[in-house]
Design a protein around this ligand. Structure first.
Ligand SMILES: [Zn+2]
Ligand SMILES: [Zn+2]
Length: 239
């Protein structure tokens, strides 16, 4: 009875168009789902960005740069539909959208992640002030969902974002990296009994320039982690 009242007051809404969805356990309306742009082949073997030609292995970015992570997975291309959905998830308290996102992460990449056998799942950190104003770290919600389903421990505070970085838009790529590198700290206290962590799956909502994942990966590797993988909800195009 109580659940029924709650459902009437707070009906489940589609994470894409925000309309009420019935039945509520379908998570997304079918017309919206068909509009989403899923990352498909051909894609970059390293970061998984969609690429133009099948005969290429890497995107332009991964051809030029040598990232310290092994490889990454991403579900959708970061288009206008997903921009709106993720903005609501991040800034508008739509934590419940995570249900659909986590389902899709597991459906598409659950097996691949299991095969990689990561020792731990680590969300990309946000600064404490953002955490307090927002009430949650969106990447942590995703990390916990995947960790629970795949039975992999989540170490939410292994990476800490220290001081607030200046608006990244004004900086060029190199300054941006240097700036971020100073802000991301490896929190050795988060590792219980000095357990060795050989491999980590990083989780974030979006991969655009790749600088955030790159820096988190560099920091992990500088602290003894051997292999870093990542999964994000969305990624840009690699051409
Ligand atoms: Zn919809
Ligand atoms: Zn790439």
């Amino acid at each position: 009875m109580l659940q029924k009242i709650i459902d009437i007051i707070y009906p489940a809404r589609c994470p894409i168009c925000e309309e009420i969805i019935i039945p509520k356990d379908i998570r997304v309306c079918s017309s919206c789902k068909s509009k989403l742009s899923y990352v498909e082949e051909p894609r970059c073997m390293k970061c998984s960005k969609p690429i133009e030609h099948e005969d290429k292995e890497y995107c332009i970015d991964c051809e030029r740069k040598k990232y310290s992570y092994e490889r990454g997975f991403s579900i959708w291309v970061y288009d206008d539909l997903m921009k709106k959905s993720i903005a609501a998830f991040k800034y508008n308290n739509k934590k419940e959208y995570a249900g659909f996102y986590i389902d899709e992460m597991l459906r598409l990449y659950g097996d691949a992640i299991t095969k990689l056998k990561p020792d731990a799942i680590v969300p990309v950190p946000i600064h404490r002030s953002k955490y307090f104003s927002r009430g949650y770290n969106q990447a942590e919600i995703l990390a916990r969902g995947i960790g629970k389903a795949l039975n992999v421990p989540v170490i939410a505070n292994l990476l800490i974002r220290k001081k607030r970085t200046e608006p990244q838009k004004k900086l060029d790529n190199r300054q941006r990296l240097a700036n971020l590198q100073k802000a991301i700290i490896y929190n050795y206290k988060a590792v219980k009994n000095n357990k060795t962590i050989n491999s980590i799956l990083l989780v974030d909502d979006i991969y655009t320039t790749g600088s955030t994942i790159a820096v988190c990966s560099n920091v992990l590797i500088a602290n003894g982690v051997q292999k870093v993988y990542f999964i994000t909800l969305c990624i840009g195009k690699g051409f």
